[in-house]
Design a protein around this ligand. Structure first.
Ligand SMILES: [Zn+2]
Length: 585
């Protein structure tokens, strides 16, 4: 499908790279650019940089990024046409929907099965009599029709071949449906049957909004209470954060993630107006989850159940997050309740207000837990004081640190200044601020010359046109530079001004990084045609020299093979001379 270039340009210009990237990555202003942790590779110090001026983003580590289209293509794993369509949508420009042309691979088929089945389960919930008790159960638990429709909650009938027949009729491979966790297998006769039977079906989406699993809840007190999809290639619990697809934007807006214990709570808490809420799928917080959270927001608030298990989880997850340098907060839930029950108890609005007014720094929360223990047990007092001192030192905000210091000095009945002094000892000397930039790269003489030529062409279309007759792609030694030169020829057909963000769409993916780095080359004068010719000459000379050296080496190996000693010595001397000459230059 061919898209109109003017339309593409308009969509590109109307979408701001900073707005777009901010929906996925927490960014900080550093100098003229914004930086953050790269969403495409694992890292501890930020190498991902966004330039508002140039409307491009770029990772100095893994080299991914580009303009708005390229960023969206990579982060959502979609085609260029789809990226143009989505970005068009977001600024009110309609782009015709393209026909899917790709051949579905196994993962895509698994997703397709999930989504078809999800819609069918959802339809069945209200369509058949057998589902009535399940629907009633949902209503009793405060699920409105609106929630049921929005979340596409469904019902799996108590039939062993319901999903089985549905998928078979649509031509899906049963073994693949088994691998996707939708069917179970009888290991004696290798027959397949439904995994989910007589359960309320909650679809679980990945961060791109595709349904990749289910949680089937019993409404009759059966065991297990929740039957989840097993680990499959598309459903990996250590990576899934429930509702991240819908919560991402609110999370970025608030710069805060509210982390809950269960996905049911997420649905209810979102309904009360707190839209930046997510949960893991019944697993502990994994390394992958933490990395995801770090990239997403600067603040994480824990809102776990008000029972012993919830309290324990709060302490251990909070500890992990604090160690990772994340600002961590806690909203304490009333004793013996979960967030859902608290909402039922006090109403949505009152709950919303409660959460917004009861957010403790994680260390304050810990201090409160200790209040009963430290007064009468000196050993505990000593241990807790040490722990508190180190914890407080890890609070990043100086103002908040001071506030918690006051609380601790009151709890332990120790002098504020003394405690402050102890805490200071733990605070690491602030490291020099790291600004991402190109790693120091050395270029050969010809490469430097080629980069300069291209940079001059970026700057000046007129110069490019003037030189076009003298230079062809073959004049460039580096293959990426050839491709950039060719792209430039096409680009200047339709544009008079060079714009790196726009130009990136003309450049093959493996040349993007070079394009961005050439654009950064500093030049401060307009070159003459002679100067450009000099550069080209430098490129050629180096190529010529290399060619004659290779020729000498070739002759030498032949002379050795033939046992021609005089010729061998003559050639060896020539090579040494050549290298000496080269060093002198
Ligand atoms: Zn990267």
């Amino acid at each position: 499908m061919q898209l109109d270039q003017d339309l593409i340009n308009e969509i590109r210009e109307k979408n701001d790279i900073l707005d777009l990237v901010s929906q996925y990555v927490k960014l900080e202003k550093r100098g003229r650019n914004y930086i953050g942790l790269c969403p495409f590779h694992d890292e501890k110090t930020p190498s991902f940089s966004v330039s508002v001026e140039k409307q491009i983003c770029h990772c100095f580590g893994c080299k991914k990024g580009g303009n708005v289209f390229q960023f969206l293509e990579q982060i959502e794993n979609i085609s260029f046409v789809e990226a143009v369509r989505r970005l068009g949508d977001s600024v009110g420009i309609q782009v015709e929907k393209s026909e899917p042309v790709t051949v579905a691979n196994d993962h895509m088929k698994m997703i397709e099965m999930h989504e078809l089945l999800r819609d069918y389960y959802h339809y069945v919930l209200k369509a058949i009599e057998e589902a009535e008790p399940a629907l009633q159960y949902l209503y009793d638990r405060g699920f409105t029709d609106e929630i049921i429709n929005r979340e596409k909650i469904g019902y799996s009938p108590n039939i062993s071949h319901f999903a089985h027949d549905f998928l078979e009729k649509r031509g899906f491979d049963k073994a693949l449906a088994f691998e996707a966790g939708l069917l179970s297998r009888n290991e004696e006769n290798f027959s397949y049957y439904d995994r989910f039977r007589d359960r309320i079906m909650f679809p679980i989406n990945n961060s791109q909004g595709h349904t990749v699993g289910f949680s089937g809840r019993t409404y009759k007190n059966e065991e297990p209470k929740y039957l989840n999809s097993p680990e499959t290639p598309i459903f990996q619990k250590r990576q899934i954060l429930y509702h991240l697809d819908v919560a991402r934007k609110p999370i970025r807006q608030e710069d805060e993630v509210i982390l809950l214990e269960g996905f049911m709570d997420v649905i209810k808490v979102t309904e009360s107006g707190l839209k930046n809420t997510i949960a893991t799928m019944g697993t502990a917080l994994s390394k992958e989850h933490i990395l995801l959270l770090k990239k997403l927001a600067g603040n994480v608030t824990l809102m776990f159940d008000g029972d012993n298990a919830g309290q324990k989880a709060t302490l251990s997850v909070g500890e992990t997050l604090l160690n990772e340098g994340i600002n961590t907060f806690v909203v304490p839930i009333k004793k013996g309740m979960d967030p859902d029950e608290m909402i039922k108890d006090m109403g949505q609005e009152a709950f919303y207000n409660y959460v917004t007014h009861n957010k403790l720094s994680f260390v304050s929360y810990k201090l409160k837990q200790w209040s009963g223990q430290v007064a009468s047990n000196d050993l505990v007092f000593d241990q807790r004081l040490k722990e508190a001192t180190s914890d407080i030192s890890r609070i990043k905000s100086p103002a908040l640190r001071k506030k918690v210091l006051h609380e601790a000095s009151e709890l332990f009945k120790v002098d504020f200044d003394n405690l402050n002094f102890e805490v200071d000892k733990y605070i690491p000397q602030s490291a020099p601020q790291f600004t991402p930039g190109p790693r120091i790269v050395t270029y050969s003489k010809s490469e430097r010359a080629e980069r300069l030529v291209l940079k001059h062409f970026f700057k000046d279309k007129y110069l490019f046109r003037k030189m076009e007759g003298h230079i062809t792609a073959e004049h460039f030694k580096k293959q990426e530079h050839q491709k950039i030169f060719i792209a430039l020829t096409g680009y200047y057909e339709s544009s008079d001004q060079f714009n790196v963000s726009q130009f990136l769409s003309f450049v093959p993916a493996h040349c993007q990084s070079d394009t961005i780095s050439i654009d950064e080359v500093m030049i401060n004068h307009d070159p003459s045609v002679e100067e450009i010719e000099d550069y080209i000459f430098a490129i050629h000379q180096e190529q010529e020299e290399l060619r004659s050296l290779n020729q000498l080496k070739q002759l030498l190996s032949e002379a050795i093979k033939e046992g021609n000693v005089t010729e061998r010595d003559r050639l060896m001397k020539a090579i040494i001379d050549y290298n000496r000459q080269k060093k002198l230059k």
